[in-house]
Design a protein. Structure first.
Length: 255
């Protein structure tokens, strides 16, 4: 078993023990949800820039310093080279009570990833030979199994959950799912895939892409190339956009 798989098993065991506590279990479930939702809301509107920032940080060690955005139908894929996800990176994602600080590459990944929840309830990371998903469906199943075994926690949870707009308020990023299958994208060191929730989200993604120009990329430290491929339908109209910028050219030109 790989080091990362062992790490995720420890996380799941820790979460299971915490949520199973008869006196504090329901409180912990809802507290994790509250923190996750608050952070995602605070960073809404800057998802693409968070993705770009995280890829830029990772590109420090890459030979091919490139990020590829691919938006097709209701799926957004972000691929880049360089520093892969590590247990420290995943700590900043799964331990949602942390207080990440900009400048720490691993904690920055966490901030960006939490903002993606505004767009998707099903996210997958392929990095360093491993494939890990975070989904509302799996998180609900995980928590429901705990509630089935712990009547007191179940009773308390259902008494409190009616205060929430969410039909089943549970943290998504607290509960990773580890795939046994091999990764599907070997062209890049890391690929993040988001299954977008609806057409409104697709529109938002397209609007955020429009804010990225070659001049925006002057602020990247390491990335030398960004490519954006877009093929989606909005209000039954096909939207296609292909954008490729060699950032190195603009950086040299500005000096």
């Amino acid at each position: 078993m790989s080091e990362l798989k062992e790490y995720f098993e420890r996380i799941l065991k820790h979460v299971e023990n915490k949520y199973s506590n008869e006196t504090e279990g329901s409180k912990e479930i809802l507290a994790d949800y509250d923190i996750e939702t608050a952070v995602a809301t605070n960073y809404n509107g800057r998802q693409i820039f968070e993705m770009l920032q995280n890829a830029d940080d990772a590109s420090k060690t890459a030979i091919n310093k490139k990020i590829l955005f691919t938006l097709k139908d209701n799926e957004l894929r972000i691929s880049n080279n360089g520093i892969p996800f590590t247990s420290e990176s995943f700590d900043s994602i799964t331990y949602i009570g942390n207080s990440p600080k900009r400048g720490d590459n691993s904690s920055t990944k966490g901030l960006g990833f939490r903002s993606y929840l505004n767009w998707s309830n099903n996210l997958t990371i392929e990095s360093d030979g491993e494939k890990v998903s975070f989904s509302k469906t799996y998180a609900k199943s995980f928590v429901k199994n705990i509630l089935d075994r712990c009547p007191k926690v179940r009773e308390s949870f259902y008494q409190k959950k009616h205060k929430y707009n969410d039909e089943f308020p549970v943290s998504i990023l607290r509960i990773p799912y580890i795939h046994e299958s091999d990764i599907t994208n070997n062209d890049y060191d890391t690929t993040i895939t988001l299954s977008l929730n609806d057409e409104k989200v697709v529109e938002d993604v397209c609007k955020q892409f429009e804010r990225i120009t070659p001049y925006t990329l002057l602020f990247t430290k390491f990335i030398e190339e960004i490519e954006h491929i877009q093929e989606v339908k909005i209000n039954k109209q096909t939207s296609e956009r292909k954008f490729r910028s060699l950032v190195l050219f603009f950086k040299n030109f500005s000096r």
